[in-house]
Design a protein around this ligand. Structure first.
Ligand SMILES: [Zn+2]
Length: 377
């Protein structure tokens, strides 16, 4: 599932991406705070003051979610895992990593860091609320603190539910992984729990809508349940895919009939004669017989259409020194990981300085499909 992103910035070397979809939850928080929560807990303010409190509470809640994801990220970085970005979207946050933890213990610590941070924040805001309550200062600040305490503790506890894709699922998987030494089996169990919990949310949500007539809350639970169901399945498939590709060499799956483009080819011809015709996401670039780079669809997209006939492949290509490539003896699992982390649809296979083949994500997925059709994993 890909949402369009609205805002991107960097924090401590990590790219923070905020999706448009995230604003739905942001405004929902402000609205429910300003119209329901604060008027119910704080009787003596004007509507505009309730809305200001709502905005402050929503911004601080947003920072709390971000801190939760930053905690995961810092632990991951400490264990040598590259964190590419943190994405905030309608269902919360997601730290995207370039590789998976090597052991259950690492995964345990990385997964625990998020909920631990949320619970700590929750207790911190709770303490602030308590201090203000005891000293008789039950104003708007106390009210916002009280809300943030509740929200963070709920966020921490919800994430500790032991089913994929929640943090609790990762924690349980880490424990089972350590005990059994079998990551696939551990993943299957935790995905099963995640799936069951997702179903529970969906049914509970429908009941809320039908029986209790709480349309918004019910629909919300159904949507979260559907999202979790999808992710639980996805993370299980990813592990099975890894297992299935392990031990397969790139030599066995690469395509040897290579279509390459000349470095002097104008971009309009490149689009017409190559991207349209072959539907690949990228092509190796040759100067006579020498391999000098790679050109991708994304690079063409950055140039406005009117300029396509005036520009050539060499103006936009990535020079060969900067293009990540594979060797024929590389493992398919590693190849798949590299394609995902470099966001490449196809990679070159190079042996002794010579281009000997191309391999795409599709090739690897097709192989996986054929193997599972034949009942070989
Ligand atoms: Zn988390």
């Amino acid at each position: 599932m890909r949402w369009k992103s609205f805002l991107v910035f960097r924090l401590a070397g990590i790219q923070i991406i905020i999706d448009y979809s995230w604003f739905i939850i942001f405004f929902l928080v402000i609205y429910s705070m300003a119209e329901n929560y604060f008027p119910a807990t704080q009787g003596s303010f004007s509507t505009s003051q309730y809305w200001i409190m709502g905005v402050i509470a929503a911004v601080l809640f947003f920072l709390s979610v971000l801190l939760h994801e930053m905690a995961h990220s810092f632990l991951a970085i400490m264990h040598g895992i590259k964190v590419t970005s943190i994405r905030l979207f309608i269902f919360g946050g997601l730290a995207q990593v370039a590789s998976e933890p090597e052991s259950g213990r690492h995964e345990f610590l990385i997964a625990l860091a998020g909920p631990a941070t949320s619970l700590l924040l929750g207790f911190g805001f709770g303490l602030l609320y308590l201090v203000m309550f005891l000293s008789g200062h039950l104003g708007p600040v106390a009210s916002v603190a009280g809300y943030l305490a509740t929200a963070n503790i709920l966020l921490g506890l919800f994430n500790l539910i032991p089913g994929f894709p929640l943090d609790g699922g990762r924690i349980l998987r880490a424990i089972l992984w350590d005990r059994w030494g079998d990551v696939t089996r551990a993943t299957r169990v935790v995905s099963g729990i995640g799936n069951a919990f997702a179903l529970f949310l969906i049914i509970f949500g429908i009941l809320l809508m039908v029986a209790a007539r709480s349309l918004i809350s019910g629909l919300w639970l159904v949507l979260i349940g559907l999202f979790m169901k999808q992710s639980a399945l996805g993370s299980y498939q990813a592990v099975v895919l890894r297992e299935s590709l392990a031990g397969v060499q790139i030599r066995q799956v690469m395509k040897e009939n290579i279509v390459s483009v000349d470095w002097l080819l104008p971009l309009d011809e490149l689009v017409r004669e190559y991207f349209y015709k072959y539907q690949y996401t990228n092509f190796p670039v040759l100067n006579r017989a020498e391999l000098i780079g790679m050109v991708s669809l994304d690079q063409v997209k950055e140039i406005s259409k009117e300029l396509w006939m005036f520009k050539q492949v060499r103006d936009i290509m990535t020079p060969i020194e900067q293009v990540p490539f594979l060797k024929p003896t590389d493992d398919a699992t590693e190849a798949f990981r590299l394609m995902v982390s470099h966001d490449m649809g196809r990679m070159m296979v190079i042996e002794g300085g010579r281009l000997v083949g191309m391999v795409s994500r599709r090739d690897l997925l097709d192989l996986f499909k054929i193997k599972s059709d034949l009942g070989i994993s």
